[in-house]
Design a protein. Structure first.
Length: 248
């Protein structure tokens, strides 16, 4: 458990070597449980930036500090015995803290307003984490225009590609945060054709051209987070994914 925790922290913190990151991403793609764990760690990391979680963070830091103190002030053999004995309960304490924070973030979304959907889709979060396809480099964002029985989203941004035929098109789909909806049950699906921005010269290595992408999607009001996915023309390969937080 400790080794997995360190791998996840290294992955999120960008401290893994290239080989370690490649191996971890392969495991991430194959293991839905690991993707859920990474999503939770990311949520917990964000929570520590919230002043409301300061007391819990200080408690964890005190525990870590006490471990270091024991290791440097008692005789070496006694310190080893004590650290070995206490490590057994230190990780459960951290685990309980993670569960408590998870409940703090997820229970209000589940119980507060009758919304039974989770606040994040681990599989789509993993796709977002991997980033854009190197051949079709999308940079898209979404905003909520209106809600009230129906949510209207605007998805727009740019695509950068070196070779893109004039009739190229992509499938854009919108999903709720319910993991059971992806990939078979999108709330919205349409075909878009990027428009070349001829005012901008080719950029970077390979001379990529800039194309604009814009569409508006209407979906039922049934999610606290909406994900948008770009697929190839055949609707098979996922090229890009992003998300937008629904307004209250």
């Amino acid at each position: 458990m400790e080794e997995q925790y360190e791998k996840i922290e290294g992955y999120l913190g960008g401290t893994l070597s290239t080989d370690e990151r490649t191996a971890f991403e392969a495991a991430l793609s194959a293991d839905a449980g690991l993707r859920a764990e990474v999503a939770l760690h990311r949520q917990l990391a964000a929570s520590f930036a919230d002043p409301g979680e300061l007391a819990l963070r200080e408690t964890l830091e005190e525990l870590a500090g006490e471990e270091a103190y024991q290791a440097t002030t008692v005789p070496q053999e006694a310190a080893v015995r004590q650290l070995t004995a206490r490590r057994g309960w230190l990780w459960p304490v951290l685990g309980l803290a993670a569960i408590a924070l998870g409940a703090y973030f997820f229970l209000p979304a589940i119980l507060g307003s009758g919304n039974t959907l989770p606040s994040a889709n681990p599989e789509l979060e993993a796709i977002i984490e991997r980033g854009s396809n190197p051949v079709y480099d999308f940079e898209l964002s979404a905003s909520q225009l209106a809600s009230g029985g129906e949510t209207q989203l605007r998805i727009e941004g740019e695509l950068f590609a070196a070779n893109l035929p004039a009739d190229s098109s992509f499938v854009v789909q919108v999903y709720s945060s319910d993991p059971e909806d992806f990939p078979a049950k999108p709330l919205y699906s349409t075909v878009v054709r990027p428009v070349e921005d001829k005012s901008r010269p080719p950029m970077g290595f390979g001379g990529k051209k800039a194309f604009s992408v814009a569409l508006e999607a209407k979906t039922p009001d049934q999610s606290n987070t909406y994900y948008f996915v770009v697929r190839d023309k055949a609707g098979e390969e996922v090229i890009y994914a992003g998300k937008v937080k629904a307004q209250e």
